[in-house]
Design a protein around this ligand. Structure first.
Ligand code: PHE
Length: 354
């Protein structure tokens, strides 16, 4: 920077004043053109035009100038001020646009980069299968009913023709809350509850959690069932067969065969267990079907007249069928899962595969 006294004398002299102004202008011009950053411009603005700036000092001293000279000096001062201001503005614009340029270049947006992935959840595979199966029955005109998981012994057993101490109760290892209250062992408990509230014709499904004191690769103490039943005049076993066949074909494909094996449930007569041709080996035999080519999938039968008596229906007038199936079992076959315990574990690595 040029080190030169900018105010040459404390006494007024026109020449001195004009020289000073000229020096200030020249110095400002040099300094402004040497500025490198926006901050320099800011500092220079303060140095020349700020409250205590060099040119401002000259403007302030105008009062001490003889009156006749004032307009001329005033005009020169104003011109100088405009001059410095315009130089500052030009430099400032230059820096601003080059900074914008730079930031645009360095902060370029690549629109082809994939966006941030926000993981979203989805329904549990059991819920999915439940919804799918329910949807099939709803499309056939069945309505959905619910019953409590903590259930009276009466609806879970007694009303379904399992008298107290009847050996058939051993088929379902029960969690007892008290003598009269159990965790329901099956969704069949909903049957008499619905019949008590409604008169035939009935076409109902009931889904939900059921509980049995049981645990291994194919049994867990809490699992899900879907119950279906239909009651009206003249309902026959062939109606049961037709409904189940349609349902199995929709879930496992139209080439799946069904096999009805005679069985026993206190609340149906006759009763059957229904097998489907193995969906893994198509019936030729594998370890999923134990080499038999068949997989047991549900229990069913014609509703026992004793159940109608409990519900207050006339057993001479009405007939109907009922069936129940385990949702986990369907999900295992559908997705090829060999351990039922994976469902309640809720390990994300498992769930994310659906
Ligand atoms: N509730 C029976 C079970 O859980 C299944 C079933 C339902 C059988 C309806 C016949 C009729 O084993």
């Amino acid at each position: 920077m040029i080190q030169r006294p900018l105010i040459t004398s404390s006494k007024w002299s026109k020449k001195g004043m004009l020289n000073d102004i000229e020096s200030i202008k020249n110095l400002a011009r040099d300094e402004i053109s040497n500025a490198r950053r926006l901050q320099d411009i800011h500092n220079l603005k303060v140095k020349y035009l700020g409250k205590k700036g060099l040119l401002t000092a000259k403007l302030k001293s105008i009062g001490s100038i003889p009156g006749e000279e004032r307009p001329m000096v005033g005009r020169i001062l104003n011109e100088s001020r405009n001059f410095i201001e315009s130089l500052l503005r030009k430099q400032e614009d230059k820096f601003r646009s080059s900074e914008l340029d730079k930031s645009l270049r360095t902060r370029q947006i690549d629109v082809t980069v994939p966006g941030c992935f926000i993981p979203t959840g989805h329904l549990h595979p059991i819920t999915r299968v439940l919804d799918e199966i329910s949807g099939i029955f709803i499309s056939l005109g069945f309505t959905v009913e619910e019953g409590p998981e903590v259930e009276l012994d009466y609806y879970n057993f007694e009303a379904l023709n399992f008298p107290k101490d009847h050996p058939a109760r051993d088929m379902q290892d029960t969690f007892f809350i008290s003598d009269d209250v159990v965790l329901r062992t099956h969704t069949s408990s909903v049957q008499v509850r619905v019949m008590e509230r409604n008169s035939p014709p009935l076409r109902v499904i009931a889904t939900g959690k059921v509980y049995r004191c049981d645990a291994d690769v194919s049994h867990i103490p809490m699992f899900h069932q879907l119950e279906g039943f239909m009651v009206d005049r003249h309902i026959r076993f062939s109606d049961l067969k037709g409904v189940l066949e349609l349902f199995i074909h929709r879930v496992f494909g139209p080439d799946t065969s069904l096999r009805f094996r005679p069985s026993f449930f206190p609340f149906t007569e006759p009763s059957a267990e229904i097998d489907i041709s193995c969906v893994i080996c198509n019936g030729s035999g594998c370890n999923v079907c134990g080499g038999t080519g068949w997989i047991e999938i549900l229990g069913a039968g014609m509703i026992n007249p004793r159940v109608y008596e409990k519900a207050g229906y006339d057993p001479e007038l009405y007939t109907g069928f009922a069936f129940g199936l385990g949702i986990e079992r369907v999900a295992m076959l559908k997705y090829g899962i060999d351990d039922i315990r994976l469902f309640p574990e809720n390990d994300k690595r498992f769930l994310e595969q659906f």
